[in-house]
Design a binder for this molecule. Structure first.
Ligand code: PXG
Length: 455
């Protein structure tokens, strides 16, 4: 294995590199973890340590690390045509083929893909597209988009505005106008002692209340992730999505599924919309679309929306230099073909997901764990000081940080969202690797518990 001078790399990084979502003074104190290689579900740092990547990178490396076929198609495409745009009636082969394959694997109402580079710019496209749609339909006042508290839809002005995270709104003056946020379906933190199904209906009805308050003739769309990811892996009660669907139909509100995390097998089906039978009008895709091997995103446009735009004589004045980038599309195409041809989603669902659920469920007995949530290869442990009252240790996510840091020491990558410990492994994780993961989580919980309770 190649050797690196970690201290030197850290010093150069600190001097020249501004990081996303990072507390810079803290990072400079501790130094960055520098990742230099990866294979399967494991990543390696510059000191040669091997970690089980329980987060699939940043919720994206669905087919796992080290698939050289993706490097080969990137090389071949760069040699043949490294770049050409898809503006002004141009196209190139990988974008055409990827759009066709996406129409095959997404739900039947989707036959068109608009390409971008990320989930964030995809959600910018969503805002412009839904407002454009209603304008073309003669209802330009339908320009309000409803999202949810604590949602994550990206970090651009539009993405962060759709997102419901107040800490993000505070940086840069958001939300932009005409964005509303309603309840998230987080049952564990409900204080009314409702059953899961009662709570799911109540959370969904906060959408109906807001529609009526703002005026149904003002509402363009509702956007939500099938399962909130970065908001803490909030698995909704079974009653939630049918009620949302009823409300959107009743008021003719476009339904947008942000599938950036849930898409491409994460929930055990191709899309979270398949898992929850959501009939949506637009879908935002990114992350698993290329398994993170290239930056690419897409908005899937349903026949309902596409047919209106197809009839309009004016230009749709929106797009990115790298919309439909040939190298990114070629890599995403190969990634989705591998998923389909190797039955990666079916294998995960039929052979490992139920095992993952049963193994992480055993952690519910731990004194630090108030709740275990899971669906597909998404999991969360809710850390509490008192399991009876559900009280937290503090409001700063101290328990989550303690557990995440212990996991790092134990060579397991987990993500702390407040006091929710998150799991999102590559879809190719096997049972032995699940065992390793759960064993390391148990150890990390023990260490965090001892540190937090001072013994
Ligand atoms: N929608 C959802 C549901 C996401 O999770 C985005 C949109 C934006 O995608 P891009 O590609 O622009 O990042 C995301 C991204 C975290 C974390 O800390 C999560 C995301 C991004 C960065 C950090 O959990 N999700």
């Amino acid at each position: 294995m190649e050797s690196y001078n970690t201290a030197e790399l850290q010093a150069t990084d600190a001097k020249h590199h501004f990081h996303p979502f990072t507390n810079h003074p803290e990072m400079h104190r501790k130094g960055t973890r520098i990742i230099t290689g990866a294979e399967g579900v494991y990543i390696y740092d510059s000191d040669g340590n091997k970690y089980l990547d329980g987060m699939a990178g940043l919720w994206c490396v669905n087919i796992g690390y080290g698939r050289t076929e993706l490097a080969e198609v990137a090389k071949a495409q760069m040699e043949q045509l490294p770049y050409y745009n898809s503006f002004f009636q141009s196209a190139q082969l990988p974008a055409i083929e990827l759009a066709e394959l996406l129409a095959e694997v997404t739900p039947p109402q989707f036959n068109r893909a608009f390409f971008g580079c990320s989930g964030s710019d995809g959600n910018d496209t969503v805002i412009r597209l839904v407002r454009y749609y209603w304008e073309l339909n003669g209802q330009p006042d339908r320009n309000v988009i409803i999202s949810r508290e604590n949602a994550y839809h990206g970090s651009t002005m539009a993405g962060a505005s759709l997102g419901g995270m107040q800490g993000m709104h505070a940086v840069g003056g958001m939300p932009i106008p005409n964005i509303e946020h309603v309840d998230q379906p987080f049952h564990y933190r409900d204080e009314n002692n409702l059953s899961a199904d009662e709570f799911g209906i109540k959370a969904a009805q906060s959408l109906e209340e807001r529609i009526l308050k703002v005026g149904a003739d003002r509402i363009a769309a509702f956007i939500a992730e099938p399962i909130q990811g970065a908001g803490g892996v909030i698995v909704p009660p079974e009653s939630y999505w049918p009620e949302i669907q009823r409300i959107c139909k009743k008021y003719d509100v476009l339904l947008v599924a942000d599938e950036v995390i849930c898409g491409f097998g994460r929930t055990g089906e191709w899309f979270g919309s398949n898992t929850y039978n959501i009939e949506c009008d637009l879908m935002t895709l990114a992350k698993g679309l290329s398994s993170g091997y290239q930056p690419i995103g897409a908005v899937m446009v349903s026949d309902r929306v596409a047919s209106v735009i197809d009839q309009e004589g004016r230009e749709f004045t929106h797009g990115y230099t790298y919309s439909g980038h040939p190298v990114a599309c070629a890599v995403a195409l190969k990634n989705v073909q591998i998923m389909r041809d190797e039955k990666i989603i079916e294998n995960a669902r039929d052979n490992v997901m139920a095992y993952f659920h049963s193994q992480i469920a055993t952690l519910a007995d731990h004194p630090l764990v108030g709740e275990v949530r899971s669906k597909g290869f998404l999991g969360a442990l809710e850390l509490v000081k008192d399991k009876g009252t559900r009280a937290k240790f503090d409001d700063k996510g101290g328990a989550g940080i303690a557990c995440r840091d212990a996991a790092g020491e134990n060579r397991l990558i987990m993500r702390a969202v407040g006091d929710s410990m998150i799991m999102c492994p590559p879809l190719i994780i096997n049972r032995a690797e699940v065992d390793e993961m759960v064993e390391k989580i148990g150890l990390s919980l023990d260490q965090a518990n001892a540190a937090l309770r001072g013994h």
